[in-house]
Design a protein around this ligand. Sequence first.
Ligand SMILES: Nc1ncnc2c1ncn2[C@@H]1O[C@H](COP(=O)(O)OP(=O)(O)OP(=O)(O)O)[C@@H](O)[C@H]1O
Length: 318
Amino acid sequence: MADDDHIIRIKGLRNRFGDQTVHDGLDLDVRRGEILGVVGGSGTGKSVLMRSIIGLQAPVAGEVEVFGEPTLGRDEVETVDIRKRWGVLFQGGALFSTLTVAENVQVPLREFYPDLDLALLDEIASYKVVMTGLPADAGPKYPAELSGGMRKRAGLARALALDPELLFLDEPTAGLDPIGAAAFDALTKGLQRTLGLTVFLITHDLDTLYAICDRVAVLADKKVIAVGTIPELLATDHPWIQEYFNGPRGRNAVAAQEAGQAGSADDDARAHPTEVPRETSGQRTQGSVADNAARGAPAGDPSRTLAHTDAARTTGTN
Ligand SMILES: Nc1ncnc2c1ncn2[C@@H]1O[C@H](COP(=O)(O)OP(=O)(O)OP(=O)(O)O)[C@@H](O)[C@H]1O
């Protein structure tokens, strides 16, 4: 079932935990170079799906191919060449608290390239830290010394350590303030464009879906019930999809996009593909001092933080 245009192909996936069936006959293709948003109510199995693809969850049935190669039923050694080609940002960042940011970024490098010398490890880690918009002096800091937004960026730096072609992001904007979330979206889009990444992005954040996702896959009833662009999804009559996109939060996200919010982030991403754009908020929700510093914006400088207009950011209901 390999196909050059598809980085991930899933057929007939079934996952169970005891008596609970999470997935039953789930099919999904992820196209090369796209940002695929994955949405669904809480507990519909988005994270379990991601874990099934990356080999952390053993499904009871189905087929999963990544880069044209089957991954299920194969051990870590057999899949090492596939695993090197993806990076993962887990929910909350999942950094090792006893390691510095730089040491966290070096974890996958040490795992897959144990012979790399320390100077090169340090150089790569510094580059990845800056690439994700963190200040250069974030490398020696411990996760507890970072803001939530900076921890996400550190997790992203680790996910990018091996120069992946495929990036998995599990709720990357959860817990971020609206400015930080929009900045993270722009960073994701910029990296996707610059590095030619394919992105599998689990989110509840409607603004993220509108701003950066090429297509959206909807999980419900133990399957992917629909996948397509947002207009294509809106043309379906599934009640959950209609409620999700046409509910008050969905309408807010559309209004925000029409007001130019998504365009601003997108333009910034184009202009500065691996930098974090200047961000702004019509509702004057400011990022933390640390987050502003991470974006290169002086704390409290209104000329930087109000350069664009940013309507309310919207997170989908579960
Ligand atoms: N290791 C596990 N053991 C038992 N049940 C599990 C395990 N992992 C997940 N589940 C169950 O599988 C279901 C799907 O979980 P999952 O975390 O994938 O949901 P989700 O769609 O990502 O939810 P959310 O949006 O709230 O993060 C849940 O009912 C969860 O309790």
